[in-house]
Design a protein around this ligand. Sequence first.
Ligand code: ADP
Length: 399
Amino acid sequence: MILTINCGSSTIKYQLFTTDVTRVVARGIVSRIGETGSCFEQEVGGRKVQEVTAVANHHQAFEICIRNLLHPEYGAIGDIHEIEAVGHRAVHGADLFIASTLIDDDVIAKMEECVPLAPLHNPPNLIGIREGLALLPAVPHVAVFDTAFNQTMPPKAYLYPLPYRFYQEHKIRKYGFHGTSVRFVSQRAAEVLARPLTDLKMVVAHLGNGVTMTAVAGGKAVDTTIGFATFSGVMMGTRSGDIDPGLIFHMRRQLGLTPDEIERILYKESGLLGVSGLSNDMRTITEAARAGNARCQLAMEIFAYMATKYVGAFAAAMGGLDVLVFTAGIGENSPEIRELICRNQEFLGITLDAERNALAVGGREMALNQDGGRTAVLVVPTDEERMIALDTMRLAGVG
Ligand code: ADP
């Protein structure tokens, strides 16, 4: 079997797949590690167990995961050696990793080098890798980087027009995120359309709490909205997305806000929450908008308008558009947002079938375009864990 691990600062999520990655055998999460109210949940074959238990650190959290996977009553395996390979989600691989890779000491050292670029995410990823290696030293471990898929962007797309030394000396450039999701979704979209991925110009709209729009031409990322940090592009739950950087100086000098306050405002208090004044959750906002809340209606319109502009920009960047794919929480579940994004886009060949759009909720894979529409419009549910497991199967030579 293949174990996937997604290790964050206070959570560990894991899934156990059959070795051929056709089936998920178990999935679980340890949350609030090192905090009060730590919690463990696991689901095996439809049976859920949940427990509030003290979890002081990641080491303990891993022990809990393995103990529960091996549990005689509600576990999934009888022996730890049934795990043949482990796939780790890794957030930032900078320009050092252009693809997933088998983990060795050199890979770990290079991931350490990337820590300054992702100080919140890479350290817990590294803890997960070290703990995983200690628990399962005899099997191959694979790192799957969120940034790797976007490494095919050309310099004209990834370079900021700053003095060149910032790129040379400080690695300041666009990296992009959600690459594992976009890779999975773009490959699956080609399968659904029964067309070679190499022939297709796609825009993938990953619309979740974090939002990424990516231009994928011939299966390769050519541009993406999130840049150096996890901030630019379309507005998100609490992040503003694109703003005029001059605003930051205005907030600092004229409004007297400190850099920390400005950062908090732009990352935690803006986006859907900031405009609506109500919530960062698209479900709550949609319900309130239906009930006549004008600010929630406006938040939805700005969100969709920013996304629509990138569909157009990326179609222009690729010199055409064959497929628009929606994925992640909002993309898979919100007919309203999809309708707003696709409205008046006939000139790009985008025509939405209202009935199909209304039916595409709850993670259904569907085509939404009208019959004969020049551009395919799809919903493809994302599955980053499956992508990690597939890479692990391939690189570990199992399955
Ligand atoms: P993350 O980026 O944290 O993985 P998700 O992909 O789970 O996030 O997306 C979370 C977003 O999806 C939230 O804004 C949530 O409101 C939205 N969402 C989930 N279900 C629906 C729904 N039925 N209608 C509208 N939005 C939804």
